[in-house]
Design a protein around this ligand. Structure first.
Ligand code: GRF
Length: 218
């Protein structure tokens, strides 16, 4: 049967075709994931979240995905005999989604080399400190303990080392005299929820160019 040319949009005329395919990896409460979903639903990011992948069955991020109609894949770390087999299954699940961008939003494992290489320049992470200070776990606690007067968050591309890839955006907040880890974390998180969707938007608009360690915002 002949298709009616007038009613079938061509690929390059379909606004949906221009949208980047985003997948999110999360292990916990998923508040950054939610901030990105909210920006997507407002139309401020030229993208679609095609899947949430989680290593933790039942984490709150998976509930958020379900409320928003985002398909979920759980690759339960504990059900694999080794890190290698887990990473293989995770890589397969990621590849199946054909993502333009992989967003780590509270994904609590270090991605293996094969995954990082497969999506080179396409994986982003957010860290609750001004990198390269305080990489790793409990960054806010490290900042308080060190006595810094300014803390913040960093959105960066992911390379093969922990919290070390090229920096996209940073935002600072003051550390106040009576701060404890929770108060500081809350102040930083507020900025994370603004920074991360903005970094994703820049990526989806094709405005991020990686030159070695430097990320140019075009
Ligand atoms: C955030 O503080 C983020 O910077 C860090 O993990 C935390 C995740 O929080 N990578 P949420 O799950 O997005 O609420």
């Amino acid at each position: 049967m002949k298709r009616d040319k007038a009613t079938v949009p061509r690929q390059d005329e379909d606004p949906g075709a221009m949208k980047k395919r985003i997948i999110v990896l999360a292990s916990g409460r998923g508040s950054n994931f939610q901030a990105i979903l909210d920006a997507l639903s407002k139309g401020s990011i030229q993208g679609t979240c095609v899947r949430l992948i989680s290593d933790v069955p039942g984490c709150y991020a998976t509930d958020r995905a379900k409320y928003s109609g985002v398909p979920v894949t759980v690759v339960d770390y504990r059900s694999f005999p080794s890190k290698e087999t887990y990473e293989k299954a995770l890589l397969f699940a990621m590849q199946e989604c054909r993502p333009d961008l992989v967003v780590l939003a509270g994904y609590m494992r270090i991605l293996g080399r094969d995954i990082v290489r497969s999506f080179h320049g396409k994986i982003m992470n957010i860290h609750p400190a001004l990198l390269p200070s305080f990489p790793g776990l409990h960054a806010q606690r490290q900042a308080i303990g060190y006595g810094v007067k300014v803390a913040g968050c960093t959105v960066h591309f992911v390379d093969e080392m922990m919290d070390s890839g090229p920096i996209i955006l940073q935002k600072c907040v003051p550390v106040l005299p009576d701060d404890d880890e929770d108060l500081l974390s809350e102040r930083i998180l507020h900025e994370e929820h603004r920074c991360y969707p903005y970094a994703v938007k820049l990526f989806c608009d094709g405005r991020l160019k990686i030159e070695g360690r430097i990320v140019r915002v075009l």
